[in-house]
Design a protein around this ligand. Structure first.
Ligand code: GLN
Length: 484
């Protein structure tokens, strides 16, 4: 049985027709039957999950009603859930166990949600396909010869294949939205700060955000509502306005909604099948009275360069903590400098090493002004583009990716081609603003997502807009043709 659709299970749990234990067992069953093919899962602790499920059942029987109570969730394996591994998809973390819970995990568990597994990912969340996991890639349930997208590959596959109704990923430059669009699920990257980063292994701290993944915007809202808001452990965290509108989420009235289409996202290189699905999706909005306006975000063409300069710079600094002393793997060596060098050499994969080198170079004396400091200025210009357009439109609609899921190996020999897969997803993170990906239909049998971007702290409005779309369409209800 696929354990999809949180809202359906919510009703069953609240009505007493279903128990969390039954649901969690079904989730394990689903993983056992399919994960040999899909490889989305890296670790589980069944006893602990079942214990949490029984606790949730006790709370339900006691009359407690709460959006996440009893629902299974899958966690990307760069989030800390105490006692379990946090592999980050890397060999260098071998043997490391989380000594504490990430704030988002702690809040989910306190709300009665049941983590059921830790999910596969690109090493340290660096990648767009899932292929940079040190433990082998997850596979796309719609076509197992293709990538699921990354870096939150396993989390997205887990939802798409019905392992659990909800999952958490992380999104630094597109890592929940790109795989969501490749696998026909819905994923939100909240406004920077809305979800605490405490206990999320840092990649590029000024860009990292946790992102909920589910079948629909309504489902995601259940999880967002119990996790969002200020956390004393993360000084960049912030409260989310309108949180009380998340459960249950109501569809936004689309009449008069001003939707901007940024010209720069609809140029050459957009696959015709993707373009035509986006046009059809936009008609769903205009049929309800939304207005479409063409807008321009002129600094978009600097986004990939800006993102990869800032991201690698922050990566080079953040990953210096993996030195063989404090975490996981430790190489045999004669001296301390050798131990550090050898541990990193053995423990880190090629893409991570490439980014550390690039980032260290960007930050080095003599090059700092030319690269890092210039990229910071470009970031400001990109953010200002968004400020300007949000004076005349309420949301932006764009493709998530120029194309559908690609075959394994298509971009692994060409790092630049892999980086370009992120052309439409890195801009909003640079501006810190919320964005989501939701299913828009299929071309040649493969899912296509549409991205909505809103002004800072418009997360709830974005979800309400997506919910309105999903109340009028059925793409998000299609499930992949996968069986045991
Ligand atoms: N694909 C982008 C990168 O490799 C984004 C990764 C992410 O969002 N974690 O940096």
């Amino acid at each position: 049985m696929a354990v999809g659709k949180a809202m359906d299970w919510r009703e069953g749990l609240d009505a007493g027709d279903l128990s969390s234990e039954v649901l969690v067992r079904a989730s394990f069953e689903r993983m056992r039957s399919l994960d040999g093919q899909l490889h989305a899962i890296l670790a589980m602790d069944e006893d602990r999950s079942l214990r949490l499920a029984r606790e949730a059942d006790t709370r339900l029987r006691g009359g407690e009603r709460s959006p996440m109570l009893g629902l299974p969730v899958v966690l990307k394996d760069n989030l800390h859930w105490s006692g379990l591994q946090v592999s980050c998809g890397s060999r260098i973390m071998n043997g490391y166990r989380a000594p504490y819970d990430a704030t988002v995990v702690e809040r989910l568990v306190a709300a009665g949600a049941v983590p059921v597994a830790k999910a596969n990912l690109d090493e340290f969340a660096m990648g767009s396909s899932g292929e940079y996991s040190a433990f082998g890639p997850a596979r796309n349930p719609w076509d197992t010869t293709r990538v699921p997208g990354g870096s939150s590959s396993g989390s997205v596959v887990a939802v798409s294949a019905g392992y659990a109704p909800l999952a958490l990923g992380s999104d630094t430059g597109g890592s929940v939205r790109l795989p969501a669009s490749f696998c026909n699920v819905t994923a939100l990257r909240p406004t920077y700060g809305v979800l605490s980063r405490y206990g999320l292994t840092a990649m590029a701290s000024s860009l990292d955000q946790v992102g909920p993944i589910g079948t629909s915007a309504a489902d995601i809202s259940l999880a967002l509502g119990v996790m969002a808001g200020r956390d004393p452990m993360d000084s960049t965290s912030a409260d989310l306005p309108g949180m009380e509108r998340l459960a249950p989420l109501c569809p936004r009235n689309l009449k008069g909604l001003r939707i901007g289409l940024p010209r720069e996202y609809f140029g050459e290189g957009l696959e015709p099948g993707v373009r035509s699905l986006l046009e059809t999706a936009l008609q769903v909005f205009t049929n309800q009275g939304a207005e479409i306006r063409e807008v321009s975000l002129p600094h978009t063409r600097y986004a990939i360069d800006t993102y990869y300069l800032l991201c690698t710079s922050e990566v080079s600094s953040n990953l210096s903590r993996f030195d063989g002393i404090r975490y996981g793997h430790r190489a045999e060596a004669g001296s301390l400098p050798e131990l550090i060098a050898e541990t990193r050499n053995q423990g880190l994969g090629a893409e991570v090493k490439r980014r550390i080198l690039l980032g260290a170079f960007c930050l080095s004396k003599g090059y700092y002004d030319a690269f890092y400091s210039k990229a910071l200025k470009a970031r400001t210009l990109i953010a200002r583009d968004f400020d300007t357009v949000f004076k005349t439109v309420d949301v932006l609609a764009t493709p998530v990716s120029p194309d559908t899921a690609f075959p394994f190996g298509a971009k692994t020999d060409d790092p630049l081609a892999m980086y370009l897969a992120d052309a439409f997803t890195v801009t909003a993170p640079l501006a810190g603003i919320p964005c989501l990906s939701m299913p828009a239909g299929f071309t040649a049998g493969l899912p296509v997502g549409i991205q909505l971007i809103g002004p800072a702290f418009s997360d709830v409005m974005l979800l309400e807009t997506a919910h309105a779309f999903q109340s009028l369409t059925r793409h998000h209800l299609d499930t992949p043709p996968i069986s045991a």
